[in-house]
Design a protein around this ligand. Structure first.
Ligand code: ADP
Ligand code: TPW
Ligand code: MG
Length: 585
């Protein structure tokens, strides 16, 4: 059949002369057709050739040492770009290793597609013990937005189109796509194959809010005496940066960024109430949530954090919530003005009602907020100016704070407990989507996967501030960082353990306590082992020199920053969630 004849899918006869294609090529073509440029994965049966052929055909294939890190890389690539990040794994065990990242992506509303090879349906369904046998679709289903399996080559286009739509439309999340081994070698007429592919049109359609919902929100906001705006990572994801900034500035309402919304407006913005968080949450009368859920990170919108009289009581605030998911409304407390739609459209609609006559919030409220903030900022300044020996979290992070200020385009990856909480409060961010962290679950192990994707997707230097425990979850990927020669500088806040290095074995036995690691571990040698730069830093000056040199040279670098092992607190800032501590409350 000549290539320019109108192809009839699947029924086209394959003759010796017909150019043919196969499952491998169709998967690659479908991804490329939809603008996917990078696959994060780990090769093996049955997808080894898929990685080779994908690379040969111009996709960038980033091979990891463990699928969880490849999955985390894909997930955060999705957050950074708004396009689904793609992770590719082998059957059963590889798939399971990737699944934690898929579940985490779904929890965090990051668009991601986990593509996994799988073994033969006939054998799996009869449970006859195939190589790496598992009903992967069944396992994945409860952990992602959607799960699909493609059995026939002519359905690859539809399978990938559905996966892309499911990942990025509505509330974004993780999608599983199951590709059994036999699919890859299925041959089909090349022209029919090409015609079967779908370039997805408008994968994340705008969702325009209803005008009466917009008016309700504006009315509530206008009547507020102590309004507050809360920006979540959904607001960062939505890429409505200019309109969100205009909404804050035109309304004159103080705002609080959630962790990954830091930098959506510069943290040094005059309307930032970040340093007055514990004052504004209980005091505010109307709170506008933009892409932030009232989950545990916001104490479920009630209790003492919000001025409630006990830990479950409503604090009296009225809430306006912008979210693309209608069922998010009233999840924890009453939402008085739900504004359902995409953040770009909702914020634009609100802006339409905020003109020059819009009443600025009462001066008493603004003065109270900014007095509190300025006092806290000054107090923090004093703490940061100290130079204790050994170095503590504050003196080390003061260095990182300066470096991000001087390099606002750099990406910041962050995980740990104290290493996370102190970084979040000390290191100001200046640009959107630069801070990538443990997200909704507070999961450890995102570090090196996020760092790899951050470098690849942005091209900017990456600084990963890691607790020594947190680093251990993905530390082997320093080899990946060296292999691709990525401009990643890992800084390990080394306090010899989980939270602290000082716990004692309560039995008096010879094992160390469960939270304690080898003392004075030389993590920097891990980077040197693969040809990167290792730095052992015991002072802020050594740390500064190490990070500055890493940014300048763009060489893979690991700085072992020696932190006072008594400096941390149990569970960082969430001590209250520890059952033992909660029992004492
Ligand atoms: P944070 O942890 O920063 O508070 P969450 O992850 O809890 O943020 O909340 C993000 C919210 O943003 C989710 O409820 C999600 O549905 C919503 N969201 C994500 N993208 C969009 C978008 N483009 N438009 C509207 N809402 C969105
Ligand atoms: C997948 C529980 C939360 S924080 C943390 C653990 C193990 C490590 C804290 O020590 P680190 O930081 O990183 O050295 P620091 O600065 O306080 O000393 N497993 C997973 N996720 C979580 N959250 C845990 C365990 C945890
Ligand atoms: Mg530690």
């Amino acid at each position: 059949m000549s290539a320019n004849l109108a192809p009839v899918a699947s029924v086209s006869p394959i003759t010796d002369e017909s150019p043919t294609t196969d499952g491998f090529n169709l998967v690659i073509d479908a991804l490329k057709l939809n603008g996917i440029k990078t696959i994060y994965g780990l090769p093996g049966i049955p997808i080894t050739d898929l990685t080779r052929k994908a690379q040969a055909q111009g996709l960038r294939v980033i091979s990891f040492r463990h699928e969880q890190n490849a999955g985390n890389a894909a997930a955060i690539a999705g957050f950074m770009t708004g396009q689904p990040g793609v992770c590719l794994t082998v059957s059963a065990p590889g798939f399971l290793n990737g699944l934690t990242a898929l579940a985490n992506a779904t929890t965090n509303c990051f668009p991601m597609i986990l593509i996994s090879g799988s073994s033969e349906r006939e054998i799996v369904d009869l449970q006859q013990g195939d190589y790496e046998e598992m009903d992967q679709v069944a396992v994945a289903k409860s952990l992602c937005k959607a799960a699909f399996r493609v059995l026939n080559a002519e359905d690859i286009g539809v399978g990938i189109a559905r996966a892309i739509r499911a990942a990025v439309s509505g509330r974004p999340g993780g999608v599983y796509l199951d590709l059994p081994a036999k699919l890859f070698s299925q041959a089909m007429d090349a022209a029919a194959g090409t015609a079967s592919l779908i370039k997805v049109v408008d994968p994340a359609p705008r969702q325009i809010p209803a005008p009466d919902a917009v008016q309700r929100a504006l009315d509530l906001l206008k009547g507020a005496k102590k309004p507050l705006i809360l920006l979540g990572k959904g607001a960062a994801y939505a890429r409505a940066d200019a309109d969100i900034r205009a909404l804050v500035e035109r309304s004159g309402i103080p705002y609080l960024p959630m962790s990954m919304a830091k930098g959506l407006l510069p943290d040094t913005h005059e309307l930032s109430a970040a340093a007055a968080r514990s004052y504004v949450l209980p005091e505010a009368d109307v709170v506008l949530l933009i892409g932030a859920r009232l989950n545990w990170l916001l104490s479920h919108g009630k209790g003492k954090t919000w001025g409630g009289k006990d830990h479950k009581a409503w604090g009296g605030q009225k809430f306006i919530q912008i979210d693309i998911s209608p069922t998010e409304m009233d999840s924890n407390v009453r939402i008085d003005a739900p504004l359902v739609g995409d953040i770009g459209s909702c914020v634009a609609a609100l802006l339409g009602g905020i003109d020059a006559q819009w009443p600025k919030p009462p001066a008493e409220w603004l003065n109270a907020v900014f007095d509190r903030r300025n006092k806290n900022v000054a107090k923090m300044g004093e703490t940061l100016a100290k130079d204790p020996k050994p170095m503590n979290f504050h003196s080390a992070l003061n260095v990182v704070r300066d470096i991000i200020k001087a390099n606002p385009d750099a990406m910041l990856v962050n995980e740990g407990a104290n290493a996370l909480d102190f970084t979040r409060s000390i290191v100001d961010m200046y640009k959107p989507r630069k801070r990538l962290d443990v997200g909704t679950w507070g999961v450890m192990g995102i570090g090196m996967g996020f760092a790899v994707a951050a470098a690849i997707e942005s091209g900017e230097p990456v600084i990963a501030i890691e607790g020594d425990s947190a680093f251990g979850f993905s530390g082997m990927e320093v080899e990946t960082i060296c292999r691709y020669n990525l401009p990643v500088c890992v800084v390990i806040m080394n306090n010899n353990g989980v939270y602290r290095g000082t716990d004692q074995n309560l039995s008096g036995g010879s094992d160390v306590a469960p939270t304690v690691f080898v003392k004075d571990a030389r993590y920097e040698k891990m980077m040197e082992a693969f040809g990167g730069v290792g730095v052992y830093a015991t002072t802020p000056a050594e740390l500064r020199k190490g990070i500055e040199e890493a940014i300048r040279s763009r060489k893979p670098t690991l700085i072992n920053a020696i932190i006072d092992e008594t400096a941390g607190t149990e569970s960082g800032r969430i001590t209250s969630l520890n059952p033992a501590a909660a029992a004492k409350k």
